[in-house]
Write a protein that binds this ligand. Structure first.
Ligand SMILES: [Zn+2]
Length: 453
Protein backbone atom coordinates (compact mmCIF):
# COMPACT_ATOMS: atom_id res chain seq x y z
CA UNK A 1 0.00 0.00 0.00
CA UNK A 2 1.36 3.42 -0.90
CA UNK A 3 0.91 6.39 1.30
CA UNK A 4 -1.24 9.24 0.02
CA UNK A 5 0.60 12.51 -0.62
CA UNK A 6 2.17 13.99 2.45
CA UNK A 7 0.14 16.43 4.45
CA UNK A 8 1.22 20.02 4.46
CA UNK A 9 1.74 20.15 8.22
CA UNK A 10 4.65 17.80 7.76
CA UNK A 11 6.45 19.37 4.91
CA UNK A 12 7.32 22.75 3.59
CA UNK A 13 5.06 23.46 0.65
CA UNK A 14 7.73 22.94 -1.99
CA UNK A 15 8.63 19.58 -0.48
CA UNK A 16 5.26 17.91 -0.80
CA UNK A 17 6.04 14.76 -2.73
CA UNK A 18 4.59 11.28 -2.55
CA UNK A 19 6.42 8.75 -0.44
CA UNK A 20 7.41 6.55 -3.39
CA UNK A 21 9.30 9.50 -4.83
CA UNK A 22 10.89 10.16 -1.48
CA UNK A 23 12.23 6.66 -1.47
CA UNK A 24 13.67 7.12 -4.94
CA UNK A 25 15.59 10.09 -3.69
CA UNK A 26 18.17 9.63 -1.05
CA UNK A 27 16.00 9.99 2.02
CA UNK A 28 17.04 12.87 4.26
CA UNK A 29 14.96 14.37 7.00
CA UNK A 30 15.62 17.23 9.36
CA UNK A 31 13.24 17.17 12.30
CA UNK A 32 13.43 20.35 14.31
CA UNK A 33 12.61 21.53 17.83
CA UNK A 34 12.23 18.06 19.26
CA UNK A 35 12.43 16.68 22.72
CA UNK A 36 15.11 14.03 22.17
CA UNK A 37 14.89 11.12 24.59
CA UNK A 38 17.68 8.56 24.57
CA UNK A 39 17.25 6.28 27.59
CA UNK A 40 20.47 4.34 26.92
CA UNK A 41 22.46 7.50 27.51
CA UNK A 42 20.06 8.97 30.04
CA UNK A 43 19.73 11.92 27.71
CA UNK A 44 16.66 14.17 27.62
CA UNK A 45 17.46 17.28 25.59
CA UNK A 46 15.93 19.72 23.13
CA UNK A 47 17.32 19.74 19.62
CA UNK A 48 17.15 18.81 15.95
CA UNK A 49 17.79 15.49 14.29
CA UNK A 50 19.13 14.74 10.81
CA UNK A 51 18.34 11.35 9.30
CA UNK A 52 20.20 10.48 6.14
CA UNK A 53 19.95 7.28 4.07
CA UNK A 54 18.44 5.39 6.97
CA UNK A 55 21.06 6.50 9.49
CA UNK A 56 21.12 9.12 12.21
CA UNK A 57 23.56 11.69 10.86
CA UNK A 58 23.42 14.42 13.47
CA UNK A 59 21.70 15.29 16.73
CA UNK A 60 22.11 18.87 17.90
CA UNK A 61 20.23 22.09 18.34
CA UNK A 62 20.04 24.48 15.37
CA UNK A 63 21.11 22.14 12.57
CA UNK A 64 21.85 24.02 9.35
CA UNK A 65 19.45 23.79 6.43
CA UNK A 66 20.04 20.88 4.10
CA UNK A 67 18.59 21.67 0.71
CA UNK A 68 18.02 18.03 -0.15
CA UNK A 69 16.38 17.20 3.17
CA UNK A 70 12.71 17.11 4.02
CA UNK A 71 11.99 19.44 6.92
CA UNK A 72 9.65 18.34 9.67
CA UNK A 73 8.54 20.60 12.48
CA UNK A 74 8.82 18.56 15.66
CA UNK A 75 7.67 21.30 18.04
CA UNK A 76 5.98 19.70 21.02
CA UNK A 77 6.96 16.20 19.83
CA UNK A 78 9.26 13.59 21.29
CA UNK A 79 11.66 11.35 19.44
CA UNK A 80 13.10 8.20 20.98
CA UNK A 81 14.45 4.80 19.91
CA UNK A 82 11.89 2.18 18.84
CA UNK A 83 10.54 0.32 21.88
CA UNK A 84 11.28 -3.33 22.66
CA UNK A 85 8.32 -5.41 23.83
CA UNK A 86 9.77 -8.64 25.15
CA UNK A 87 6.51 -10.56 25.65
CA UNK A 88 4.19 -10.86 22.65
CA UNK A 89 1.93 -13.64 21.39
CA UNK A 90 1.61 -13.50 17.60
CA UNK A 91 -0.57 -16.67 17.43
CA UNK A 92 0.77 -17.83 14.05
CA UNK A 93 0.95 -20.73 13.30
CA UNK A 94 -2.28 -22.21 14.56
CA UNK A 95 -4.16 -19.20 15.90
CA UNK A 96 -4.53 -17.03 12.81
CA UNK A 97 -8.15 -16.21 13.62
CA UNK A 98 -6.79 -14.19 16.57
CA UNK A 99 -3.60 -12.70 15.10
CA UNK A 100 -1.06 -13.25 12.34
CA UNK A 101 2.60 -12.36 12.25
CA UNK A 102 1.73 -9.53 9.88
CA UNK A 103 -1.15 -8.02 11.88
CA UNK A 104 0.73 -8.37 15.16
CA UNK A 105 3.86 -6.70 13.82
CA UNK A 106 1.80 -3.89 12.32
CA UNK A 107 0.12 -3.31 15.67
CA UNK A 108 3.58 -3.23 17.26
CA UNK A 109 4.79 -0.49 14.92
CA UNK A 110 1.60 1.51 15.47
CA UNK A 111 2.41 1.28 19.18
CA UNK A 112 5.98 2.53 18.68
CA UNK A 113 7.48 -0.92 19.18
CA UNK A 114 10.13 -1.84 16.61
CA UNK A 115 11.34 -5.05 18.24
CA UNK A 116 9.13 -7.82 19.53
CA UNK A 117 10.02 -10.86 21.65
CA UNK A 118 7.79 -13.60 20.25
CA UNK A 119 6.36 -16.24 22.59
CA UNK A 120 6.37 -19.88 21.46
CA UNK A 121 2.93 -21.13 22.55
CA UNK A 122 1.72 -21.48 18.99
CA UNK A 123 0.36 -24.63 17.43
CA UNK A 124 2.70 -26.37 16.88
CA UNK A 125 4.90 -24.70 19.48
CA UNK A 126 8.13 -22.99 18.40
CA UNK A 127 10.72 -25.43 19.73
CA UNK A 128 13.11 -26.14 16.84
CA UNK A 129 15.55 -24.29 14.58
CA UNK A 130 13.07 -24.78 11.69
CA UNK A 131 10.21 -23.13 13.55
CA UNK A 132 12.47 -20.26 14.59
CA UNK A 133 13.59 -19.79 11.00
CA UNK A 134 9.99 -19.85 9.80
CA UNK A 135 9.14 -16.99 12.15
CA UNK A 136 12.15 -14.93 11.13
CA UNK A 137 11.46 -15.41 7.43
CA UNK A 138 7.77 -14.64 7.75
CA UNK A 139 8.55 -11.49 9.75
CA UNK A 140 11.16 -10.34 7.23
CA UNK A 141 8.68 -10.84 4.44
CA UNK A 142 6.21 -8.58 6.24
CA UNK A 143 8.87 -5.91 6.79
CA UNK A 144 7.37 -4.35 9.90
CA UNK A 145 8.79 -4.79 13.43
CA UNK A 146 11.89 -6.92 14.09
CA UNK A 147 11.29 -10.20 15.84
CA UNK A 148 13.32 -11.89 18.56
CA UNK A 149 12.15 -15.52 18.62
CA UNK A 150 11.80 -16.88 22.15
CA UNK A 151 11.39 -20.63 21.64
CA UNK A 152 10.34 -23.24 24.19
CA UNK A 153 12.36 -24.47 27.15
CA UNK A 154 10.90 -27.95 26.74
CA UNK A 155 10.05 -29.83 23.56
CA UNK A 156 6.48 -29.14 22.49
CA UNK A 157 6.05 -27.14 25.72
CA UNK A 158 5.39 -30.52 27.25
CA UNK A 159 7.42 -29.83 30.38
CA UNK A 160 9.12 -33.21 30.03
CA UNK A 161 12.31 -32.87 27.98
CA UNK A 162 14.54 -29.86 27.33
CA UNK A 163 14.97 -28.46 23.82
CA UNK A 164 18.43 -28.53 22.26
CA UNK A 165 19.62 -25.14 23.51
CA UNK A 166 22.91 -25.24 21.61
CA UNK A 167 21.24 -25.92 18.26
CA UNK A 168 18.84 -23.05 18.81
CA UNK A 169 21.60 -20.76 20.03
CA UNK A 170 23.52 -21.40 16.82
CA UNK A 171 20.60 -19.79 15.05
CA UNK A 172 21.03 -16.70 17.21
CA UNK A 173 18.49 -17.52 19.91
CA UNK A 174 19.37 -16.59 23.50
CA UNK A 175 16.00 -16.49 25.30
CA UNK A 176 13.66 -19.39 26.00
CA UNK A 177 10.29 -19.81 27.66
CA UNK A 178 7.37 -22.19 28.06
CA UNK A 179 5.15 -19.15 28.64
CA UNK A 180 1.51 -19.93 29.13
CA UNK A 181 2.83 -22.48 31.57
CA UNK A 182 5.69 -22.58 34.03
CA UNK A 183 8.43 -25.19 33.83
CA UNK A 184 6.93 -27.29 36.62
CA UNK A 185 9.81 -29.73 36.84
CA UNK A 186 12.36 -27.99 39.07
CA UNK A 187 15.14 -30.32 37.92
CA UNK A 188 14.52 -29.32 34.30
CA UNK A 189 14.39 -25.65 35.23
CA UNK A 190 17.76 -25.89 36.98
CA UNK A 191 19.29 -27.80 34.03
CA UNK A 192 17.87 -25.20 31.63
CA UNK A 193 19.41 -22.33 33.62
CA UNK A 194 22.78 -24.08 33.67
CA UNK A 195 22.56 -24.76 29.93
CA UNK A 196 21.79 -21.17 28.90
CA UNK A 197 24.51 -19.85 31.22
CA UNK A 198 27.03 -21.31 28.75
CA UNK A 199 26.08 -18.70 26.15
CA UNK A 200 24.76 -15.89 28.36
CA UNK A 201 21.15 -16.80 27.60
CA UNK A 202 18.01 -16.43 29.68
CA UNK A 203 15.07 -18.56 30.76
CA UNK A 204 11.84 -16.56 30.91
CA UNK A 205 9.52 -18.13 33.43
CA UNK A 206 5.75 -17.68 33.78
CA UNK A 207 5.39 -18.22 37.53
CA UNK A 208 2.27 -20.13 38.45
CA UNK A 209 1.36 -23.01 40.71
CA UNK A 210 -1.30 -24.47 38.46
CA UNK A 211 -2.80 -26.58 41.27
CA UNK A 212 -3.70 -23.30 42.96
CA UNK A 213 -4.76 -21.43 39.83
CA UNK A 214 -7.96 -22.92 38.37
CA UNK A 215 -10.07 -19.75 38.61
CA UNK A 216 -10.92 -16.84 36.35
CA UNK A 217 -10.31 -13.74 38.48
CA UNK A 218 -8.36 -12.72 41.57
CA UNK A 219 -9.58 -14.36 44.76
CA UNK A 220 -11.01 -11.40 46.66
CA UNK A 221 -13.93 -9.02 46.83
CA UNK A 222 -14.80 -9.24 43.13
CA UNK A 223 -14.68 -13.03 42.92
CA UNK A 224 -16.97 -13.14 45.96
CA UNK A 225 -19.34 -10.58 44.50
CA UNK A 226 -19.52 -12.43 41.18
CA UNK A 227 -19.56 -15.88 42.71
CA UNK A 228 -16.61 -16.67 40.42
CA UNK A 229 -13.79 -19.00 41.31
CA UNK A 230 -10.84 -16.93 42.48
CA UNK A 231 -7.11 -17.38 41.88
CA UNK A 232 -5.23 -16.83 45.15
CA UNK A 233 -2.06 -14.74 45.30
CA UNK A 234 -0.12 -17.84 46.33
CA UNK A 235 -0.65 -19.25 42.82
CA UNK A 236 1.96 -16.71 41.75
CA UNK A 237 4.06 -16.00 44.85
CA UNK A 238 4.65 -19.65 45.74
CA UNK A 239 6.11 -20.25 42.31
CA UNK A 240 8.19 -17.07 42.43
CA UNK A 241 9.69 -18.41 45.69
CA UNK A 242 10.42 -21.79 44.05
CA UNK A 243 12.01 -20.11 41.03
CA UNK A 244 14.17 -17.90 43.25
CA UNK A 245 15.46 -20.90 45.19
CA UNK A 246 16.34 -22.66 41.95
CA UNK A 247 17.98 -19.57 40.44
CA UNK A 248 20.10 -19.28 43.59
CA UNK A 249 21.54 -22.68 42.77
CA UNK A 250 22.64 -21.68 39.27
CA UNK A 251 24.65 -18.93 37.62
CA UNK A 252 22.09 -18.86 34.82
CA UNK A 253 19.88 -15.85 34.16
CA UNK A 254 16.22 -16.30 35.11
CA UNK A 255 13.62 -13.76 34.09
CA UNK A 256 10.24 -13.78 35.85
CA UNK A 257 7.56 -12.36 33.60
CA UNK A 258 4.25 -10.55 34.19
CA UNK A 259 4.57 -10.34 38.00
CA UNK A 260 1.26 -9.04 39.29
CA UNK A 261 1.90 -8.76 43.02
CA UNK A 262 4.07 -6.58 45.24
CA UNK A 263 4.99 -9.70 47.22
CA UNK A 264 6.35 -11.34 44.07
CA UNK A 265 8.57 -8.33 43.44
CA UNK A 266 9.71 -8.34 47.07
CA UNK A 267 10.64 -12.01 46.80
CA UNK A 268 12.53 -11.47 43.56
CA UNK A 269 14.46 -8.61 45.17
CA UNK A 270 14.93 -10.21 48.61
CA UNK A 271 18.39 -9.90 50.07
CA UNK A 272 18.55 -13.64 50.71
CA UNK A 273 18.44 -14.20 46.93
CA UNK A 274 21.04 -11.56 46.09
CA UNK A 275 23.35 -14.10 44.43
CA UNK A 276 20.70 -15.12 41.89
CA UNK A 277 20.80 -13.56 38.42
CA UNK A 278 17.12 -12.65 38.24
CA UNK A 279 15.28 -9.95 36.32
CA UNK A 280 11.56 -9.20 36.32
CA UNK A 281 8.90 -7.46 34.26
CA UNK A 282 5.38 -6.25 34.91
CA UNK A 283 2.60 -5.40 32.46
CA UNK A 284 0.88 -2.04 31.95
CA UNK A 285 -2.49 -3.55 32.87
CA UNK A 286 -1.36 -4.79 36.27
CA UNK A 287 -0.18 -1.29 37.22
CA UNK A 288 -3.19 0.43 35.64
CA UNK A 289 -6.18 -1.69 36.61
CA UNK A 290 -7.42 -3.50 39.69
CA UNK A 291 -9.83 -6.42 39.93
CA UNK A 292 -12.71 -3.92 39.94
CA UNK A 293 -12.16 -3.61 36.17
CA UNK A 294 -13.74 -7.05 35.80
CA UNK A 295 -17.03 -5.58 37.02
CA UNK A 296 -16.90 -2.99 34.24
CA UNK A 297 -15.25 -4.88 31.39
CA UNK A 298 -16.20 -8.50 32.09
CA UNK A 299 -14.16 -11.02 30.08
CA UNK A 300 -12.12 -8.21 28.49
CA UNK A 301 -10.45 -7.85 31.88
CA UNK A 302 -9.85 -11.58 32.30
CA UNK A 303 -6.17 -12.38 32.22
CA UNK A 304 -3.57 -14.61 33.78
CA UNK A 305 -2.24 -13.60 36.25
CA UNK A 306 -5.48 -11.82 37.13
CA UNK A 307 -5.90 -8.15 37.99
CA UNK A 308 -5.33 -7.79 41.73
CA UNK A 309 -6.71 -5.60 44.51
CA UNK A 310 -6.59 -1.80 44.31
CA UNK A 311 -3.97 -1.70 47.06
CA UNK A 312 -1.77 -4.28 45.35
CA UNK A 313 -2.04 -2.45 42.02
CA UNK A 314 -0.94 0.79 43.64
CA UNK A 315 2.01 -0.80 45.45
CA UNK A 316 3.13 -2.57 42.27
CA UNK A 317 3.15 0.74 40.36
CA UNK A 318 5.14 2.37 43.20
CA UNK A 319 7.66 -0.46 43.02
CA UNK A 320 8.14 0.16 39.31
CA UNK A 321 8.72 3.82 40.05
CA UNK A 322 11.24 3.01 42.77
CA UNK A 323 13.37 1.01 40.33
CA UNK A 324 12.64 -2.53 41.50
CA UNK A 325 11.51 -3.72 38.07
CA UNK A 326 13.69 -4.25 34.99
CA UNK A 327 11.16 -4.04 32.16
CA UNK A 328 7.56 -3.43 31.21
CA UNK A 329 6.07 -5.80 28.64
CA UNK A 330 2.61 -5.92 27.09
CA UNK A 331 1.96 -9.68 27.29
CA UNK A 332 -0.01 -8.99 24.08
CA UNK A 333 -2.49 -11.89 24.04
CA UNK A 334 -4.94 -11.38 21.17
CA UNK A 335 -8.07 -13.52 21.03
CA UNK A 336 -10.72 -13.70 18.31
CA UNK A 337 -14.05 -12.32 19.43
CA UNK A 338 -15.67 -15.70 20.01
CA UNK A 339 -12.93 -16.71 22.44
CA UNK A 340 -13.85 -13.81 24.71
CA UNK A 341 -17.58 -14.42 24.56
CA UNK A 342 -19.47 -16.54 27.03
CA UNK A 343 -19.10 -16.53 30.78
CA UNK A 344 -16.13 -15.35 32.79
CA UNK A 345 -15.29 -18.97 33.46
CA UNK A 346 -15.37 -19.97 29.78
CA UNK A 347 -13.61 -17.00 28.13
CA UNK A 348 -9.91 -17.13 27.26
CA UNK A 349 -7.30 -15.41 29.44
CA UNK A 350 -5.40 -12.41 28.12
CA UNK A 351 -5.70 -9.01 26.51
CA UNK A 352 -4.30 -7.32 23.40
CA UNK A 353 -1.69 -4.77 24.42
CA UNK A 354 0.72 -3.63 21.70
CA UNK A 355 -1.03 -0.39 20.84
CA UNK A 356 -1.69 0.62 24.45
CA UNK A 357 1.68 -0.37 25.97
CA UNK A 358 3.16 3.12 25.73
CA UNK A 359 0.19 5.40 26.49
CA UNK A 360 -0.98 3.34 29.47
CA UNK A 361 2.53 3.00 30.91
CA UNK A 362 3.11 6.74 30.51
CA UNK A 363 -0.25 7.57 32.06
CA UNK A 364 0.36 5.52 35.19
CA UNK A 365 4.06 6.16 35.77
CA UNK A 366 4.07 9.83 34.75
CA UNK A 367 1.14 10.14 37.15
CA UNK A 368 3.53 8.99 39.86
CA UNK A 369 6.07 11.62 38.74
CA UNK A 370 8.46 9.06 37.28
CA UNK A 371 10.73 10.82 34.74
CA UNK A 372 9.89 9.98 31.12
CA UNK A 373 13.46 8.94 30.39
CA UNK A 374 13.27 6.25 33.08
CA UNK A 375 9.90 5.07 31.82
CA UNK A 376 11.32 4.70 28.30
CA UNK A 377 14.27 2.80 29.75
CA UNK A 378 11.86 0.14 31.01
CA UNK A 379 10.37 -0.10 27.52
CA UNK A 380 13.60 -0.31 25.53
CA UNK A 381 16.99 -0.76 27.23
CA UNK A 382 15.64 -2.99 30.02
CA UNK A 383 13.94 -5.57 27.79
CA UNK A 384 16.77 -5.43 25.22
CA UNK A 385 19.32 -6.36 27.89
CA UNK A 386 17.14 -9.21 29.11
CA UNK A 387 16.67 -10.61 25.61
CA UNK A 388 20.40 -10.27 24.90
CA UNK A 389 20.00 -7.94 21.93
CA UNK A 390 21.79 -4.62 21.32
CA UNK A 391 20.42 -1.78 23.41
CA UNK A 392 18.95 0.91 21.15
CA UNK A 393 21.08 4.06 21.22
CA UNK A 394 20.57 7.39 19.48
CA UNK A 395 23.88 8.62 18.11
CA UNK A 396 25.32 9.55 14.73
CA UNK A 397 26.08 6.53 12.57
CA UNK A 398 23.34 4.35 14.10
CA UNK A 399 20.38 3.08 12.12
CA UNK A 400 17.37 5.35 12.34
CA UNK A 401 15.17 3.06 14.44
CA UNK A 402 13.08 5.90 15.79
CA UNK A 403 9.64 6.89 16.98
CA UNK A 404 8.16 10.36 16.57
CA UNK A 405 5.57 10.79 19.29
CA UNK A 406 2.97 13.42 20.12
CA UNK A 407 2.63 13.31 23.91
CA UNK A 408 -0.45 15.55 23.94
CA UNK A 409 -2.62 13.76 21.35
CA UNK A 410 -5.79 12.38 22.88
CA UNK A 411 -7.83 9.61 21.26
CA UNK A 412 -9.58 6.33 21.82
CA UNK A 413 -8.41 3.10 20.21
CA UNK A 414 -12.01 2.42 19.21
CA UNK A 415 -12.01 5.61 17.13
CA UNK A 416 -8.66 5.24 15.44
CA UNK A 417 -8.99 1.53 14.77
CA UNK A 418 -6.55 -1.16 15.77
CA UNK A 419 -4.03 -2.90 13.51
CA UNK A 420 -4.24 -6.04 15.63
CA UNK A 421 -6.71 -8.65 14.44
CA UNK A 422 -8.20 -8.75 17.94
CA UNK A 423 -9.43 -5.92 20.12
CA UNK A 424 -9.85 -7.83 23.37
CA UNK A 425 -8.77 -5.03 25.64
CA UNK A 426 -10.34 -3.22 28.59
CA UNK A 427 -8.59 -0.08 27.27
CA UNK A 428 -10.58 -0.03 24.02
CA UNK A 429 -12.78 2.91 25.04
CA UNK A 430 -10.36 4.57 27.44
CA UNK A 431 -9.17 8.05 26.59
CA UNK A 432 -5.50 7.54 25.72
CA UNK A 433 -2.94 10.32 25.77
CA UNK A 434 0.15 10.23 23.57
CA UNK A 435 0.21 8.88 20.05
CA UNK A 436 2.86 7.52 17.71
CA UNK A 437 3.04 9.83 14.69
CA UNK A 438 5.78 8.18 12.69
CA UNK A 439 8.24 5.31 12.84
CA UNK A 440 11.55 5.05 11.03
CA UNK A 441 13.16 1.71 10.53
CA UNK A 442 15.84 3.06 8.27
CA UNK A 443 13.15 4.67 6.16
CA UNK A 444 9.73 5.91 7.26
CA UNK A 445 7.50 2.87 7.48
CA UNK A 446 4.55 4.35 9.39
CA UNK A 447 3.09 7.81 9.51
CA UNK A 448 -0.17 9.32 10.73
CA UNK A 449 -1.90 5.98 11.06
CA UNK A 450 -0.78 4.56 7.71
CA UNK A 451 1.92 2.17 6.56
CA UNK A 452 4.27 2.91 3.71
CA UNK A 453 4.05 -0.62 2.33
ZN1 LIG B 1 2.53 -16.00 30.75
Amino acid sequence: MLLPPMEAKWYKAEKIIPIEKVRDLKERYVIRNLRILDPAQDRDVAGDLLISDGLIEAIEPGLPQHLDAIEIDGTGKWIFPGLVDMHVHLREPGGEDSETIETGLKAAIAGGITTVGVMPNTSPPMDSPESVLNLIQAAELCGYANVVPVPCVTRGRSGRELVNFDDLHQDGVSAFTDDGDPVHDSGLLLDALNAVYEFDGVIIEHPEVTDLAGGSVNRGTVSRRLGARGIPCAAETADVARCMEIASNSHGHLHLTHLSLPRSVELARAECFHSADVTIDVTPHHIALSEEAVMEHGTMAKMNPPLRSALQRKSLAEMVKSGMVDAIASDHAPHARYKKEGSLGEAAFGIAGLETLLPITLEILSGLQMPVIRILHLLSCGPARILGIPVPVMEPGRKADLVLFDPEAEYRLSQTGSFSKSVNTPFYERKLKGRVEAVWMGRVIYRDGKFAN
